[in-house]
Design a protein around this ligand. Structure first.
Ligand SMILES: [Zn+2]
Length: 537
């Protein structure tokens, strides 16, 4: 053992008390890129709100859309969910983890209730035979019908508030159900839809001055509108259902999309895809859930197409990724698909290692490491890691009221004070693993190890770059490691990761914190259960 000397910075302690109110400050999300998933209310309740948020957050997904339709889950299900205890937990967690929330709804039947038909058939669509029809959509040029729509918009937006201010009140999910009256006849299906969306925008702007409204280009509304122009604030939502995912977008798809991008601004355009739509791939048969035919290569091809056209807001249906699905196809499969989806979409690649975290988006973000052998409680550490094409990036932002370091004499001096630690293993049994421990002053202890506790601290991680900073109430450690070096250590694809922190209290008392709680009665991070599996690709 080395002789221990402790330095306590009294000033730091005073500052930390002054700033303790700031403990729960979040790291802001500076990215405008949308990486979303669209789920039914029942998908969220099936896995549980917090499990979903953890899944999204760790896989770099920063937007969730909740979907309802009149066939499977109506708008009333969404309302009940949002007003339930579980729904409140969900909304709060979205806020805390900087995950945007919006609502993608086939809602025209809720906006113009069918019960109005008997009194006012003229509000409804005229079919090709000249008969007013109660089922589906409306007469898109009936002014009094829009008065009813507006009344219901006011009601619904009392509880439905998208954090993005983007509203999706789609027309009904059927083809050939548009209006043939004299007023509507001159307009194509896409144009009738746009007349309605322009009206919605005017109504919503009175309630939410930042409101934007989606024009859904989908099945029969794929063709770009010509005679009707979108008001500023109506944005394109392109949803190419029933594609063949083994090939890219067809020429027809691409032409329609490009034509639409001449009408709607590309800066606000949004893609709604089906890459993760279990419900679609299962042909909407709940008793025969099909495994997602996920191919990362196909996905890369598609997002390249969209990004090259200037579209940065991308989401996919993930309907029926629920407990039944995970039970059938496994946690690993589900995690891998979500991880490849979210991380591939996250293109803000170049982080500067300067202990300034302004350039971080949330990727695999967590708040709080646990002390399983002491208070059982969590600390106030913000931790995130991000895998790009070249590097494993990470940061720790800790709160520490008892800063403790030992003068640096050699690598092992780092063990005598506060530090954060990352362990990596290619093997679940830790037959070979690699450890790096970093203190607030930027000194590093790195070593190779074999289970159990056979250490070689002559070993160095060559590509590790770090920057540290002591803050008013703790310290920040930011760093990166090259994936080439990981490869040379056989750390590829599936890797086991341990995330730890040692916090010296008074003298020799240490509080040990960990991301994954190990199966051990005494403090020990050098055992397999202290690690969790992550994916590097
Ligand atoms: Zn009409």
């Amino acid at each position: 053992m080395h002789k221990k000397r402790y330095i306590k910075n009294v000033l730091t302690l005073i500052f930390s008390l002054l700033f303790c109110l700031n403990l729960f400050a979040q790291v802001p999300n500076f990215s405008n890129e949308k990486r979303g998933i669209v789920l039914y209310p029942s998908d969220i309740t099936s896995l549980g709100s917090l499990n979903w948020i953890e899944l999204l957050s760790k896989n770099s997904i920063n937007l969730i859309g909740i979907h309802t339709d009149t066939r499977l889950e109506p708008l009333t299900d969404l309302e009940s969910f949002l007003k339930s205890k579980e729904g409140k937990v969900f909304l709060n967690a979205c806020k805390e983890y900087d995950i945007d929330i919006e609502y993608e709804l086939h809602a025209l039947q809720d906006l113009l209730p069918r019960s109005t038909f008997h009194k006012h058939p003229e509000y409804f669509r005229l079919d090709e035979q000249g008969i007013r029809q109660l089922e589906y959509n409306m007469c898109f040029t009936s002014e009094p019908a829009y008065d009813v729509v507006e009344k219901n918009i006011r009601k619904i937006t009392k509880w439905l508030k998208p954090s993005t201010h983007r509203y999706f009140f789609w027309t009904d999910d059927v083809q050939f159900a548009f209006c043939h009256c004299d007023g509507c006849k001159p307009y194509s299906v896409s144009e009738q839809a746009l007349l309605y969306e322009n009206k919605l925008l005017e109504m919503l702007r009175k309630i939410d001055p930042q409101a934007q409204v989606a024009h859904l280009a989908y099945t029969n509304t794929m063709e770009s509108p010509k005679k009707v122009k979108p008001l500023e604030g109506v944005f394109l939502e392109y949803a190419p259902i029933q594609r063949n995912y083994n090939v890219g977008l067809t020429e027809k798809h691409l032409n329609d999309l490009k034509e639409n991008l001449l009408v709607f601004p590309k800066e606000t355009s949004h893609v709604l895809e089906y890459w993760l739509d279990v419900s679609m791939f299962s042909d909407w048969k709940k008793d025969k859930l099909v495994k997602l035919p996920w191919e990362k290569g196909n996905f890369l091809r598609d997002i390249k197409t969209y990004k090259n056209l200037g579209i940065n807001s991308i989401t996919t249906f993930g309907a029926w990724i629920n407990d039944d699905y995970i039970e059938q196809y496994g946690v690993d499969h589900t995690n891998k698909v979500l991880s490849e989806y979210g991380h591939t979409l996250n293109t803000s690649e170049n982080l500067i290692i300067d202990a300034n975290l302004q350039d971080w988006d949330k990727n695999n973000y967590i708040y709080g490491l646990t002390n399983p052998w002491g208070s059982q409680s969590k600390d106030n550490t913000h931790f995130d890691y991000k895998i790009t094409n070249d590097h494993f990036y990470f940061y720790f932002k800790t709160t520490d009221n008892t800063p403790t370091t030992s003068p640096y004499a050699k690598e092992l001096s780092v063990e005598e004070g506060d530090r954060v630690e990352l362990f990596f293993s290619s093997e679940k049994d830790l037959s070979k693993y690699y450890c790096v421990e970093i203190n607030p002053e930027g000194y590093v202890l790195d070593y190779r190890a074999k289970f159990y506790r056979r250490f070689n601290d002559k070993w160095d991680l060559k590509s590790l770059r770090i920057s540290t900073a002591v803050t008013e109430n703790g310290y920040i450690v930011e760093g990166k490691i090259s994936l080439d070096e990981f490869k040379s250590l056989r750390l590829v694809d599936e890797v086991y990761l341990g995330v730890f922190r040692a916090d010296y209290q008074d003298g020799e008392k240490v509080n040990w914190y960990t991301k994954t709680i190990p199966d051990s009665r005494t403090p020990d991070f050098h055992i397999p259960s202290a690690f969790e599996k992550i994916f590097l690709n």
